[in-house]
Design a protein around this ligand. Structure first.
Ligand SMILES: [Zn+2]
Length: 90
């Protein structure tokens, strides 16, 4: 999971990662803790970028985290702050 911020503007605890919505090809951002969705990394810090509205969140629930290639194609590569690598038990 590539993340844009380690401090979600909504819950102040979760990481906000790049995600891909299930219903279309649009990329967005989602907090991995409170699952608040954001549309745009440029407006993340203001807390006004939430997308879609809360009543539509369940229908637009992201299918998965976005890949680096998808983020690059969207033009958001420069917004990547880091990558969270899942724990490995090898
Ligand atoms: Zn959050």
């Amino acid at each position: 999971m590539f993340y844009v911020s380690t401090s979600c503007p909504t819950c102040h605890q979760g990481m906000v990662g790049f995600c891909r919505y299930q219903d279309d090809t649009q990329l967005g951002l989602m907090c991995q803790r409170c699952e608040t969705l954001y549309s745009d990394p440029e407006h993340l810090s203001s807390g006004h970028g939430q997308y879609p509205p809360h009543d539509a969140v369940s229908e637009a629930h992201p299918a998965r985290w976005a890949t680096q290639n998808e983020i690059e194609m969207r033009g958001w590569l420069s917004f990547i702050e880091g990558e969270l690598v899942p724990d490995s038990h090898d």
